[in-house]
Design a binder for this molecule. Structure first.
Ligand SMILES: *Cc1c(COP(=O)(O)O)cnc(C)c1O
Length: 356
């Protein structure tokens, strides 16, 4: 039986995407060949890459606005260093918002390239909220933030207005909500949270910010080179790109990002309502910053852990334990998670009240 998969990443994808992807492994586009054995320069695969790149821009409302989409490798962790390499001047500086573990990892990489100013941090409170009221120095080469903190279950609801380029790690909430994406100059997202399988990273970049920092950049780390090569500078991760394309097509078929956001809102409302109602549980993140993708919560009394764990396992739920730095539970309710699965979790939380 198919489980209710709450894994934080790699994570759930639409069932129809799994089905189409498995067909393409055996016979891609009725070609008599597997997608895994054809040239990435073949007409069939070039069409996949082209459609994935243009559909990503279309879904973000960025087509014809000077942006390019790339499907690269190395995960979001490589984007942590590509951002400063491509945008920070020699002896320049960058501004970072320290909102969690991944933000901290991005800051660590930026330090290899120059001065890194941490404009706000919630580290002292174990990142249970998004830092606010910070100021971005107007002479920074860029400002970097993390839209959704996968581990702590917090999400930025507002983004600063600033004269410096805005870089955002959207790994765990890309395509989950409608924002004015033209406020961002560089967006990156590891596919394996909300877009596809592990192995590719979506990069959306405003072309005009590139090739301005005066650095000599090694080819594989140079966004401009990847753009010139149409995201085929070297062999791309063909299967990850293909499965990401299938997911993007699925989002479009649902009515696009705004339509998917409505479903995500309903799922998050359902689960947070139960966390707030049920006296046995409490939310881990500040209410105003609660993530609609990663819902972190705790039992008020650790003595109920074994009973609760047995109940959700029995109900066919998988991947619910929280990250070790928060403890408790984390329900990752990405785009592909049906509301019916969220209802199963809510029912289990209610059932716990009758079992103790
Ligand atoms: C998972 C995650 C990362 C790390 O992604 P990799 O692809 O494993 O490098 C970075 N940022 C955020 C917000 C994440 O959720």
């Amino acid at each position: 039986m198919k489980k209710h998969n709450y894994s934080a990443g790699p994570s759930i994808l639409p069932q129809e995407v799994f089905e189409k992807a498995s067909k393409a492994i055996l016979d891609f586009n009725d070609s008599g060949l597997s997608i895994l054995e054809i040239s990435h320069r073949s007409k069939d695969f070039v069409a996949v890459m082209d459609e994935a790149r243009s559909l990503a821009l279309e879904l973000l409302g960025l087509q014809g606005k000077g942006y390019q989409a790339l499907f690269l490798q190395g995960g979001a962790s490589t984007a942590f260093l590509m951002a400063p390499y491509n945008l920070m001047k020699e002896n320049g500086k960058a501004a970072y918002l320290d909102s969690g573990t991944w933000a901290t990892a991005a800051i660590k990489e930026a330090k290899y390239f120059g001065e890194t100013v941490i404009v706000g941090s919630s580290k002292e409170e174990n990142y249970n909220h998004i830092p606010k009221g910070y100021e971005i120095p107007s002479d920074a080469d860029y400002f970097h933030c993390t839209s959704n903190n996968t581990i702590f279950g917090t999400q930025m609801k507002e983004f600063p207005t600033t004269n410096v380029p805005v870089v955002c790690d959207m790994s765990s909430d890309i395509f989950s909500r409608d924002l004015d994406f033209s406020k961002f100059d560089l967006i990156y997202a590891g596919a394996q949270k909300n877009m596809g399988p592990a192995g590719t990273t979506l990069v959306v970049v405003k072309e005009e910010i590139l090739e301005k920092n005066g650095r000599t950049i090694p080819s594989m780390l140079d966004y401009a080179k990847h753009i010139k090569a149409e995201s085929m500078y070297n062999t791309p991760p063909v299967f990850s790109v293909y499965v990401s394309l299938l997911t993007l097509q699925w989002i479009k078929s649902k009515g696009g990002v705004a339509a998917v956001e409505k479903l995500n809102d309903a799922k998050a409302d359902l689960l947070y309502a139960e966390i707030d109602r049920n006296p046995l549980f409490k939310g881990a993140a500040a209410v105003e910053d609660r993530s609609k993708m990663n819902v972190t919560f705790l039992l008020n009394n650790d003595e109920h852990t074994a009973t609760f764990d047995a109940l959700w396992k029995e109900a066919g739920i998988s991947g619910l334990p929280g990250h070790r730095s928060v403890g408790g539970y984390r329900a990752s309710i990405y785009n592909a998670m049906p509301i019916e699965s969220v209802q199963v979790l809510v029912d289990v939380m209610k059932a716990l009240e009758t079992k103790i």
